[in-house]
Design a protein around this ligand. Structure first.
Ligand code: TYD
Ligand code: MG
Length: 459
């Protein structure tokens, strides 16, 4: 007869092993293995059907998005709430997750939303609603942490949106482990996903983040839900960036910008304007570039500071850009741009806490470094973007024209951009220099400072 075997599951990564060990064999975390109950029987799929169906026969498409009334939140969701979709929203404590979601609930038609809290009392929620100036006519809240009760309430109420704040506080009595443990998180999230798919109620889940910045518990949560978004903010700044890192129904990397005020979160409709620091006069080492986040271009300022190195190997530090990319760019700048930086410390920073993950900011970083080295300021009306290759060539990037148009909209008059990115029809108000090589781009920068961009071939 087969012996029933116990299973141990890692609280960090969700891996399971048949034998207890001090260290997880998958992720290497210490003391993270805990006895897991029998794996939950997932049973049939969400539709209860057991055979495949032709997609063409499926006409009852649930893709009618429901606007949340908050444009920036809709944008990150990919256009609004989708029936049956589950989104996980992570972020540091106090960043404004509960505030934003309460505002979202209040804006829904008839306010027919169910706000479940496992962290605060109903009085606290009501107090916050008053403070936010919300008239909570149809809004209902539930202080509950048992998942079965939550699902039961949602099935009875059929709200237009279910908010669970937070996923770490809810639990099922069927599992012995504590709320927030990997087993509980997986099981509760699975139940909420099932609820959403079967009833069509969109679910917004709040998740806490660990010190390392990812949603506490396992990465497995991110695989189970339809969208994952993170709230980020620069220390001390009032601005909050909501970034979609995964979205089955929209663009990943989409960025929504909010500002926290006395009356809650307000959306920022023109975020390009806030990431450009306003210097009285142009300063050396500051260059504006255009990144493309999700579905829109965003202008950000890249700053560089170079300083004579105090001996030893010079320091290279990048904030908001990839650190190893910086070393690579400096080598290209030296070999192909004739600008040496081997005896200076180089610091590069992207203003406003934006993290650039695409290579389009390469050329702007080089321009900022050159500007800091030569102490020649770069015009604050100049936009620079383009990927830099190891052979010193400037490569085109996606959405070049959108980036140029965004700059023109914000009053920029000059641009240095990859040749292939310049549109056939000039962008009105913008004089563009087509860059082919790092060398050419650096000459154009010089000419720009001398007010002679047209002489080097700008059009
Ligand atoms: P909260 O939404 O509770 O954060 P989270 O759920 O992510 O932990 O936000 C709490 C913070 O926001 C707190 O520091 C106070 C601040 N706040 C405002 O500045 N203005 C407001 O109108 C509200 C409601 C909160
Ligand atoms: Mg909260």
């Amino acid at each position: 007869m087969a012996k029933s075997r116990s299973v141990y599951r890692c609280e960090e990564c969700g891996a399971s092993t048949p034998k207890w060990q001090g260290q997880c064999p998958e992720c290497g975390a210490w003391n993270s293995l805990a006895a897991a109950g029998a794996a939950s029987a997932s049973g049939a799929g969400y539709s209860g059907e057991t055979r495949g169906r032709r997609l063409a026969e499926i006409t009852e498409l649930p893709l009618r998005r429901q606007s949340t009334g908050i444009g920036e939140f809709d944008r990150v969701l990919g256009g609004g709430l989708i029936p049956g979709a589950v989104a996980l929203i992570g972020g540091d404590p106090g960043i404004g997750k509960s505030t934003l979601l309460l505002q979202v609930c209040a804006q829904l038609p008839d306010q027919k939303a169910l706000y479940v809290t496992g962290e605060e009392s109903l009085q606290q929620i009501a107090l916050r609603a008053r403070r936010l100036g919300i008239e909570p006519d149809g809004l209902s809240a539930l202080a509950e942490t048992r998942i079965e009760e939550i699902c039961g309430a949602a099935e009875a109420d059929r709200p237009h949106c279910l908010v669970v704040d937070s996923v770490q506080t809810i639990y099922t009595e069927q599992l012995p482990s504590a709320p927030g443990s990997v087993n509980q998180l997986r099981e509760c999230t699975a139940q909420l996903v099932r609820l959403a798919k079967q009833t069509g109620i969109p679910v917004l889940l709040v998740g806490h983040v660990t010190k390392a910045g990812s949603i506490a518990g396992p990465r497995v949560l991110e695989h189970m839900v339809d969208a994952v978004m993170y709230f980020e903010n620069e220390a001390g700044s009032r601005y909050r960036l909501l970034r979609a890192v995964k979205n089955r129904f929209g663009a990943a990397d989409e960025l929504g910008v909010f500002v926290m005020g006395n009356d809650g979160m307000r959306e920022v409709r023109n975020p390009s304007a806030i990431f450009l620091s306003r210097h009285e006069a142009p300063v050396p080492g500051s260059v504006t570039t255009a990144v493309h986040q999700g579905t829109r271009p965003l202008l950000v300022e890249v700053q560089a500071l170079t300083d004579r190195s105090g001996g030893g190997s010079p320091r290279r530090l990048a904030v908001g850009l990839d650190q190893s990319r910086l070393a690579l760019l400096l080598a290209v700048l030296h070999r192909h741009g004739g600008v040496a930086a081997h005896d200076v410390d180089v610091f590069v920073n992207v203003v406003g806490g934006v993290k650039i993950t695409e290579p389009s900011a390469d050329l702007a970083a080089l321009a900022a470094i050159r500007s800091s080295l030569t102490t020649d300021p770069v015009s604050s009306r100049l936009l620079v973007f383009g990927e830099v290759g190891l052979a010193g060539e400037i490569r085109p990037v996606a959405y070049g024209e959108e980036r140029l148009r965004e700059a023109a909209k914000l009053g920029f008059t000059l641009a240095i951009a990859p040749r292939a990115n310049l549109p056939a029809k000039p962008v009105s108000g913008l004089q563009c220099f087509p860059a082919d090589t790092v060398h050419g781009a650096m000459e154009a920068l010089q000419a720009c400072g001398d007010g002679a961009l047209a002489d080097v071939g700008a059009r």
